[in-house]
Design a protein around this ligand. Structure first.
Ligand SMILES: Cc1cc2nc3c(=O)[nH]c(=O)nc-3n(C[C@H](O)[C@H](O)[C@H](O)COP(=O)(O)O)c2cc1C
Length: 348
């Protein structure tokens, strides 16, 4: 492939797809740059968009960027290239979190090939990128079909993570830990302020009121309140489903590469769910407090580092949250450091 084949309009679509990914508090903590010599899109952390109180380790930032990298892989293969991913490609530049090279000739051939994201069942998840939204609303009591749940666990496994689907008693225990986390956070001034500062209207990032959804009347499903609503705009309460379906996404390790892997697994799971008409909302409150995160894990399992809780079900799609325009996240000009080397290249 030559870079001439990647025109400006297609590059814009690739970056828009990456930006459509979920991110912690909708901070969109990423930057992109095309290296035209190697046809590689570099993805960097936007550390100025981090959450120093809520996410002091940067775990949530890496998970967010991992989700964006997955969308980028989906879009690259949708437009006919093979995405060749390297995560943390230059140890000397830790802020460069991923590089996705556009390999192979552009082609309209959509058949699954090695390296293309997507399970064998559904190899082009591009449409789902645009239809996926967090849905913080009550779901119906309709159970999610076992074959769909099995496909979600396969999607996580394909990215090197593990999705477990505990039964009702364990799901209820996990949600109680999440409610405990909300109490911790309510007592933490700095985290509360941070949450409130990202709930805002008329911005291209953060959480607008319409996206915050509803509050569970029983308190069993502790939908995050992001620091509490401002006076005069109480969040409406409603009865949520009696038996929430909760997925626990975990990894074997717990460093930046594992977090990036978890983010890709998260987005792969969410896009497959979307393709099936299954809605989802995320709960990271308990993961953000070390003692509660410890209590979330399955001590018998090999994947003991919990990265995200996901609630699945059938219900409203959830409103689209705003996104920053491509021109604000795409850097022009030369790379900060030398050209990418080919060592350690991994086909996804
Ligand atoms: C690492 C991470 C943590 C998140 N934690 C929560 C959470 O605790 N509660 C919640 O409702 N949403 C959570 N989200 C979802 C984001 O708030 C959401 O993706 C963002 O606001 C954009 O909205 P969208 O998913 O509808 O596109 C999280 C997302 C990520 C990637």
């Amino acid at each position: 492939m030559t870079t001439a084949a990647l025109d400006a309009a297609t590059l814009e679509k690739l970056i828009s797809a990456a930006v459509a990914a979920p991110s912690i508090h909708n901070t969109q903590p990423w930057r992109y740059r095309l290296d035209p010599d190697t046809s590689t899109i570099e993805v960097r952390a936007a550390v100025d968009r981090g959450l120093p109180h809520t996410d002091a380790t940067g775990r949530g930032l890496h998970v967010s960027v991992g989700a964006a990298v997955f969308n980028l892989r989906v879009a690259v293969s949708h437009f006919g290239w093979e995405p060749v991913l390297r995560i943390l490609p230059r140890p000397a530049e830790p802020g460069l979190l991923a590089a996705v090279r556009l390999a192979g000739p552009g082609s309209a051939d959509r058949r699954p090939r090695p390296g293309m994201p997507g399970s064998p069942e559904r190899f082009d998840l591009y449409d789902a990128v645009w239809r996926r939204h967090s849905s913080r609303f009550p779901f119906s009591e309709q159970p999610v079909q076992p074959e769909v749940l099995a496909e979600l666990t396969r999607a996580a496994a394909q990215e090197g993570a593990h999705l477990s689907l505990p039964g009702p008693a364990e799901a209820a225990r996990i949600l109680r830990l999440t409610a405990d986390a909300d109490l911790y956070t309510a007592a933490d001034h700095d985290r509360g302020e941070e949450g409130r500062s990202w709930t805002r209207e008329d911005a291209s990032d953060g959480m607008p009121a319409a996206a915050l959804g509803q509050r569970d009347l029983t308190g069993q499903v502790p939908v995050r309140d992001f620091g509490g609503r401002r006076p005069g705009a109480p969040r409406p309460a409603a009865a949520f489903e009696e038996h929430p379906v909760i997925g626990v996404l975990a990894t074997a390790g717990d460093g930046p590469a594992d977090w990036l892997r978890a983010g890709q697994a998260l987005e792969h799971v969410l896009l497959v769910a979307t393709d099936h008409g299954v809605r989802a909302s995320l709960f990271s409150q308990a993961v953000e407090w070390p003692d509660l995160r410890w209590a979330l894990r399955d001590p018998r399992g090999a994947y003991e580092h919990v990265q995200m809780l996901i609630r699945f079900g059938y219900g409203p799609e959830g409103p689209a949250s705003p996104r920053r325009p491509v021109r604000e996240v795409l850097d022009a000009g030369p790379a900060d450091t030398g050209a990418a080397d080919a060592r350690g290249e991994r086909r996804t």
